[in-house]
Design a protein around this ligand. Sequence first.
Ligand SMILES: C[S@@+](CC[C@H](N)C(=O)[O-])C[C@H]1O[C@@H](n2cnc3c(N)ncnc32)[C@H](O)[C@@H]1O
Length: 243
Amino acid sequence: MTLEELKQRVAQIDWFHTIDLGQGVVTPGRDPTPAKLQTLGLPEDLSGKTVLDIGAWDGFFSFTCAQRGAEVLATDHFCWNGTGWGTKAGFELAREVLDSPVRDREIDAMDISSAAVGTHDIVLFLGVLYHLRHPLLALEKVAEVTRERLILETEVDLVDLRRPAVAFYADTGLNDDPTNWWAPNAAALRGMLQAVGFSRIVVMRKPRPLPLRLARAMKQQLTQGKSCSREYTRDRMVVHAFK
Ligand SMILES: C[S@@+](CC[C@H](N)C(=O)[O-])C[C@H]1O[C@@H](n2cnc3c(N)ncnc32)[C@H](O)[C@@H]1O
């Protein structure tokens, strides 16, 4: 493929991930993917490890794990079968250009099982949990296929609450996106991971705490039975959960 052909093919795709394809070509993803990678705590050396990437989309994290020495299976469904926000074209073009050995399998997250995809040393579950209608059941399936370590990145909400709590979005309440259903707070996420069989949970990225003044004002509103704005109680969180 000539550089001109590569640029033309890149331009025809609606990219989510920002992927450096070499020769000065970087995919125009709407996601700041290299910056996200810095928050994950992904081991630098993955030689001899197998990795399962659930919800891989354009495949940035799958390709990165392969570059770090892992044998990788990338999976997706919603964004690969054309009914979601994207297609599989970005994944396929990037894999071709990067000459990556990443294998792929189109499978819904809720159909993940050891019988379907085997078990893997490391499982990536990045930006997927809150898109699922049955998050605890999904985590059970994820735990079943994880041998050592799950790396999970998610939206969190209700971060001002210490007790385990999960926010439910009945409509388009989270980012105006009807495919978002639930977001746990840190305590709920920890409890859910323990409930499905992970023994040790290490937080790699904490949700930012609420400014104290805001937290006090919200507490006051709640104790007075008033509803309060919750736009500041959301953030992202990354955890590693070990078997
Ligand atoms: C926000 S994107 C995250 C993509 C990538 N993991 C990342 O972190 O950049 C959500 C991904 O979850 C996938 N997804 C959503 N629902 C799914 C489902 N039921 N089964 C499999 N993948 C799903 C989407 O197709 C999409 O690739």
